[in-house]
Design a protein around this ligand. Sequence first.
Ligand SMILES: C[S@@+](CC[C@H](N)C(=O)[O-])C[C@H]1O[C@@H](n2cnc3c(N)ncnc32)[C@H](O)[C@@H]1O
Length: 230
Amino acid sequence: MIKTHKESLDAWETNAEFWDNYMGDESNFFHCDLVRPFTESLLDVRSGELILDIACGNGNFSEKLAQLGAKVVAFDYSERMVELARKRREKAGDSIEFQQCDATELDRLLELANGRKFNKAVANMAIMDISEIEPLFKALSTTLCVGGCFVFSTHHPCFTYPNEEYFMPSTYKGVAIEGQPVLQNYYHRSMQDIFNIAFRNGFCVDGFHEVPFDGEKEPIIMIVRVRKKA
Ligand SMILES: C[S@@+](CC[C@H](N)C(=O)[O-])C[C@H]1O[C@@H](n2cnc3c(N)ncnc32)[C@H](O)[C@@H]1O
């Protein structure tokens, strides 16, 4: 296990309440204006699909998926975050199943499916927060339907990295929301490192957006769709 993993979890436990209050029911501008439109279009949710919401935070996108007619399994590794998500999304009833699960633990990820196959999976702004991402791709290669897709948004690694060391995987401290109680860890990986993990676990890339802040000339995030090959 990456040695900063526990520190990252502790930071999210500490920041969970602040995050939930800030994101509220509807989520913030960043999510609504930059992340959601492209993610929704790449995910192309169909009524009745079973969708996995990875590192779901306070469940803001889980609720959106449920409104679109999906059955959602949503998980986060912060117990406090999951507790807050359950409370905030109470009215979604059994269309969302919230679970506490660590995305770096292969066995737990496999258990989430509970004998089912997911049609699709999504991870909004979380890949850069997860200390190790290979177990997640490995699990999805088993728990997604053949032809199923996984859409993830994350910091654009070419434009957001510390120490001018693009190729070097690294951990650095940062903030997701100004004023949060403690700094969190970010995990930088180059584009080839991220894509090669997807490729060696049986996925191909078939959708991609680079999204800037309004009026900016460089993207701040990238949104990627990978698809499980037959
Ligand atoms: C920036 S927030 C995004 C939350 C949500 N996806 C959204 O867009 O509102 C990142 C989330 O990743 C979760 N996270 C980080 N590492 C994780 C891991 N190893 N397993 C599960 N969740 C993790 C954090 O607890 C936090 O809720």
